[in-house]
Design a protein around this ligand. Structure first.
Ligand SMILES: *Cc1c(COP(=O)(O)O)cnc(C)c1O
Length: 404
């Protein structure tokens, strides 16, 4: 008789965005005349950049000819893409990453969920609270998190690092030593960043206690301020303690086409064992590779045209972020984020809970956002709005909120 992985049963029933979807659908059915504006889900809306589209056309034609047809991609990804990454994402920032430390993938969700597989079951994880839910959920599935306490919304075997207004949404070093530390900067959902000096403290701490940092830099391209690290490898000693995960989803609009990569330095070891070898083994065995067509499209982002066009897309979203941030501020809301990330994090007014404010905004302004409590216990009392809408709808949404 087969057995299921019972860890899956521990996961709270419904995923945040399905609950939101259900509520919005019900409201829309009951109010067919209302124009609903969605500033909730973290998905891009602009079409792929022309340089990317051109590269896709070329790649498709290559697949159509016997001479240029490609089958399975190399395990780690095509050299042309990995060298563009090494050159332009790292060397240009004074960081040396070898191409065999770069693993091309189908995106950061898979990598951030799968990376825990190379670690033993009895590691203790630490996460920012609130944060992107995939880190905790994937560790729940692996049986590493203990039991879920409904009252606190916490897992018994997870170290939560509160990110609140009091600490500027930047976590403090935990009192209890974790084995695996998940950091995500710029952060989803708070939009917060940390400085290079602050990140250096985490690197020093991880090296000291023998922890590994899994650094999710999915929003790196949105950094606009000086002194914010674009990669954890800008910090000294980071190659012995940090894995970095990147994605083309938010910086180049690949959410529907899928491409990302993960860096595992060869210096990162547990005893004599290189984590790079373990991840290479996993990639070789359990991953089919990102399609050639998408890797070619990814490489196009690094061309002069590609860089210019994707920068314009980010500027478009960040202009929306400014509209949201400043509009809400002028309406008296307490807001943060939106400067180095496409997310605005606001405190719910009048002590409303995150879900109460969701309902209030949906029924009074017909605007959909994301309740902060969906990202962790310390997200309660907060709310996330995203800058991925059109300029016009963003403007209208903010006008509606201002007139409430
Ligand atoms: C959107 C997001 C991802 C997912 O990226 P994909 O490459 O689309 O899988 C990863 N991490 C964070 C923090 C995100 O917000």
């Amino acid at each position: 008789m087969f057995k299921i992985n019972e860890n899956y049963l521990k996961l709270p029933g419904s995923y945040l965005f399905s609950t939101i979807g259900k509520k919005v659908k019900e409201y829309a059915l009951a109010n067919p005349d209302k124009k609903i504006i969605r500033l909730g889900i973290g998905d891009v809306t602009l079409p792929l950049a022309p340089a990317v589209i051109d590269a896709l056309h070329v790649a498709v034609d290559e697949m159509a000819r016997k001479e240029t047809f490609k089958g399975y991609a190399p395990d780690l990804g095509y050299e042309f893409l990995r060298s563009a990454i090494a050159e332009q994402d790292y060397k240009s920032r004074g960081v040396t990453i070898a191409t065999d430390e770069i693993f091309v993938s189908d995106g950061a969700k898979s990598d951030s969920a799968n990376i825990q597989e190379i670690f033993g079951e009895n590691n203790k994880i630490a996460v920012c609270d609130p944060v992107y839910p995939v880190y905790v959920d994937s560790n729940v599935m692996a049986g590493r998190t203990g039991e879920y306490l409904v009252d606190s919304g916490k897992w018994t075997n997870v170290i939560y690092m509160p990110c609140t207004k009091e600490n500027n949404f930047a976590p403090e070093l935990p009192k209890e030593n974790p084995d695996i530390i998940y950091l995500c900067f710029p952060n989803n959902p708070t939009g917060a960043t940390i400085t290079k000096d602050e990140l250096q403290k985490w690197v020093d701490y991880a090296n000291k206690v023998g922890a590994v940092i899994i650094y999710d830099a999915a929003y790196e391209a949105y950094i606009s301020e000086e002194n914010i690290p674009h990669t954890i490898y800008e910090c000294d000693g980071s190659k012995t303690c940090a894995i970095e995960i990147r994605s083309y989803s938010k910086n180049a609009g690949f959410t529907g086409t899928r491409l990302g990569f993960t860096v595992v330095p060869k210096k990162l070891k547990c005893g004599d064992v290189m984590l790079n070898s373990l991840w290479a083994r996993r990639h070789g065995t359990k991953f089919n590779g990102a399609p050639y067509i998408m890797q070619a499209a990814g490489a196009a982002i690094y061309s002069e045209e590609g860089k210019k066009q994707t920068k314009e897309q980010i500027a478009y979203y960040m202009n929306n972020a400014k509209v949201i941030r400043e509009g809400l501020k002028s309406a008296g809301y307490c807001v943060s984020g939106g400067v180095n990330a496409p997310y605005i994090w606001l405190e719910t007014p009048r002590s409303l809970t995150s879900w109460e404010f969701f309902d209030y905004l949906l029924s009074n302004a017909n605007v959909v956002g994301t309740p902060g409590s969906g990202f962790g216990p310390n997200g309660e009392g907060y709310f996330r709005l995203t800058a991925f809408g059109t300029y016009e709808s963003t403007l209208e949404a903010i006008e509606r909120i201002k007139s409430l």
